[in-house]
Design a protein. Structure first.
Length: 105
């Protein structure tokens, strides 16, 4: 009569807790590992996208403030073109002398 061999790893497998040996648990672990490390939308990619989004939001706030400043300056220019040209670019009329006085505060 032929002797049936038993699995030599059976005692080792029995030492592993039952919930970990469960095939559904193993599939679930594999699924989460795949999502965390190997998927197109893994954790690292999501972190980089979130960081990029935060930077873009802060840039947007900065540029909106700059746009508002430029609009205010444009309104001021429209009202006082001559005054603006004289002060900013030191322009003068004919037969005029321009003296630039710098105040230190």
């Amino acid at each position: 009569m032929a002797k049936i061999r038993s699995n030599p790893f059976k005692p080792l497998i029995r030492q592993i807790p039952a919930p970990i040996r469960n095939r559904y648990f193993l599939v679930l672990v594999f699924f989460f590992a795949w999502l965390i490390f190997f998927d197109k939308h893994n954790v690292w990619t999501q972190y980089q996208l979130q960081t990029s989004l935060d930077k873009l939001k802060s840039d947007r706030i900065f540029y909106e403030e700059k746009i508002q400043e430029v609009k205010e300056e444009a309104d001021d220019i429209a009202l006082n073109k001559e005054k603006f040209a004289r002060e900013k670019y030191y322009m003068k009329k004919k037969n005029e002398d321009v003296f630039v006085i710098v105040r230190e505060e």
